[in-house]
Design a protein around this ligand. Sequence first.
Ligand code: CA
Length: 233
Amino acid sequence: MKPRILIVEDEEALATLLRYNLEREGFEVETVVRGDEADTRLKEQAPDLAILDWMLPGLSGIELTRRLRTRPETARMPVLILTARGEEAERVRGLSTGADDYVVKPFSVPELVARVHALLRRAKPEHVAKSLKAGEIEIDREKRRVHRSGREIELGPTEFRLLEFLMMSPGRVFSREQLLDGVWGRDVYIDERTVDVHVGRLRKALSRGRETDPIRTVRGAGYSFNERFVSER
Ligand code: CA
């Protein structure tokens, strides 16, 4: 089955160019012009990946991403944002909103295609993976056990889910709200500070002595599993 990509872009020429190149790579591509239309479309059917322009009529790419992240069917779908130059601060906000990657316009099509492949590769194994491994930390999802450098880490159920959730997307920054949605569930009302408490417990359990803290606090944004922790090993 061909992987499906939804492109949401109001510049027709760019949308056509992307569609042509991605179809040539063997993807099934659908294009939508308006952000609000895309929102409806994504509720009907979730693609394998979405490319969203930042500035869109109806609904911005960022708002769209935020909505995608609150729905279980699309919470982990790779999202790539297209953005115009000179939106540095906005870009950062884009990533903390839950986008997996961004590309600044004008961009080279081969580079964008390469990023699409990379995002899809990264997204796939988590659906089937029985274990997650990052550096010296390993989660056995079936046995619900965590090890660091071979020693077992005792975690409460919430800390376990929190670690699992963060490790599924190394490097991605999750806001407290997104963590509440993803770990505790959307219908539960819990104070956002509860997230800090559990992150604190998780950190304490994971690291002993001079061991590196794998969790990164991003001021004003939230938390992420440090992707550098992964590549150091
Ligand atoms: Ca636009």
